[in-house]
Every structure is written in C-alpha cells, then in structure tokens.
Design a protein around this ligand. Structure first.
Ligand SMILES: C[S@@+](CC[C@H](N)C(=O)[O-])C[C@H]1O[C@@H](n2cnc3c(N)ncnc32)[C@H](O)[C@@H]1O
Length: 235
C-alpha cells in the first residue's frame, strides 16, 4: 500500500533517523548528568547571587566552561521544524558546545540538502561536537568552526536562512550584526536564554524589537525564554 510505504520512509528521516535518535538520547542523558554536577558545584555562588539580583545562570557562568548547557529536546525539535518549514538551506549557529543543538539543525540541513555551520571557541568541545555529528550520520551536511565566532563566522558565505544565537550573551548583538549583511530576506533568528539573562540580553531584545533595525520579533516561553525574529532588511 502506498500509504504504508510513505509512513515507513518518513519514520527513518530527519530526527527519526536511528543514528540521530541514538546520539541525541545519549547526549541529552550525558548532559543532564554532567550539568547537574556543575550546578551543584556552583550552588554557593548561585545562592550568593540571589542577594545581588543575579540570575542562576549569571552566577553559575564562571563554572560553565566544560558544561553542556544544551537546548531542551522540545526547543531542539521546534528549531528543527521551523528550519524545515522555512526550507532553510544555510543554517548557522553561534555557540555549539558539544553539538546537541547542532544535531537538530544539521538534521534539518540534511533534509533540505543544505549545510549547517556551527561555531565553538573551546577546542575540546569542538572536537567532540564534530565527532557527535559524525555519530549521528550528519558529517556531510555540517561543520563546526573552532575559535571565536566573531572571527570564524566572518568569512561565511550568505545568504543565511537560519541563525541560532546561543554563545556568551554579550556577543549576541555583535554576532547578529556580523551576520546581517548575509541574512536572506525572511531569515529566521532564534536566541536562547532571554529570561535567564534578562538584564544582559535587554539591549539585544530592544535591538530586534525595533522595526527600524529590520526585524519583527517575539519572545516565546520555551525553556528559559527564546527570542524569535524574522529579518525583513533595513529599508
Ligand atoms: C550555552 S552553550 C551552547 C549550547 C549548545 N548550543 C547546545 O544547545 O548544545 C554556549 C557555548 O558557546 C561557546 N561560546 C561562547 N562564546 C563564544 C564565542 N565567542 N565563539 C564561539 N563559541 C563561543 C561556549 O564555549 C559554550 O560552549
């Protein structure tokens, strides 16, 4: 029956591909274990931060260099589906860590026969993220550039259809401005941790909320707050 055939093929595509399922399951489990230990070590700083108005993430930041701090499965799937519906072929990420979000985005790139470019300043994390993309069967459609994204993403060729901002928060605006000349009309920009870094990210939220800068934008209540913007271009 043709209907059965279609269901069988979709069942093995995108995020349903067994290699992607297996790698994401392993990584989400590993991330939960490791990050629980990191946040336990950071607890005294987190408690002290409550008295000075700092968020949990802001207080824990000095402890986070080897943590995963990944997107949730819910947000990863949401970005994947958005990238598919946007038919994004050129997908870029600022801050890849060990590659969990990268796998969701590279899986979308594979569906579109496009390409995913991640960026990670930590050399060990970059190496492991590249290996994780390989384990998920996504090497052909992806690359992670090591080093400061402001340098590593500068030579990237546009048009960029989809941009995910998840590196250190004070760099969201500089990285966005770096990518602006390369954004395709209707490009989608996601930025994570809007509520957990409310103060630090206020200038970013103000920037994408001001229509004069070329965006329409909203904040979604996913996880610790996600900004979703669409690029119209400056008139
Ligand atoms: C929140 S984690 C990213 C999590 C990842 N997106 C995921 O969902 O699995 C932030 C990462 O950004 C990296 N990072 C921070 N500033 C950076 C920069 N200037 N260039 C490249 N990577 C950077 C950090 O090393 C860290 O691994």
């Amino acid at each position: 029956m043709p209907f059965d055939c279609e269901v069988t093929s979709v069942a093995n595509r995108g995020l349903n591909h067994p290699d992607v399922v297996h790698t994401l399951k392993r990584l989400h489990r590993e991330a939960a274990r490791r990050d629980a230990r990191v946040f336990a070590r950071a607890l005294p700083a987190i408690i002290a931060g409550k008295f000075t108005g700092r968020s949990t993430f802001e207080s824990a930041e000095p402890y986070l260099s080897k943590a995963f701090i990944p997107v949730s499965e819910e947000f990863g799937r949401f970005m994947y589906l958005t990238a598919l519906s946007r038919q994004a072929r050129n997908i870029v990420e600022f801050g890849s860590s060990y590659g969990i979000s990268s796998i969701y985005l590279a899986a979308a790139a594979r569906e579109m026969d496009g390409f995913f470019t991640g960026s990670e300043m930590d050399a060990e994390k970059t190496r492991i993220a590249v290996a994780n993309l390989h384990e998920a069967g996504l090497s052909r459609w992806s690359d992670i550039r090591e080093g400061d994204a402001l340098e590593s993403l500068a030579p990237l060729e546009g048009p960029v259809d989809f941009l995910f901002l998840d590196g250190w928060k004070d760099l969201y605006i500089p990285v966005l401005k770096l990518m602006e000349p390369k954004l395709a009309p209707g490009a989608v920009i996601f930025a994570d941790n809007i509520r957990s870094f409310r103060k630090t990210l206020k200038p970013f939220v103000d920037y994408v909320s001001d229509g004069a800068n070329g965006y329409e934008s909203t904040i979604l209540g996913i996880g610790s707050g996600v900004s979703l913007s669409v690029w119209h271009g400056k008139s």
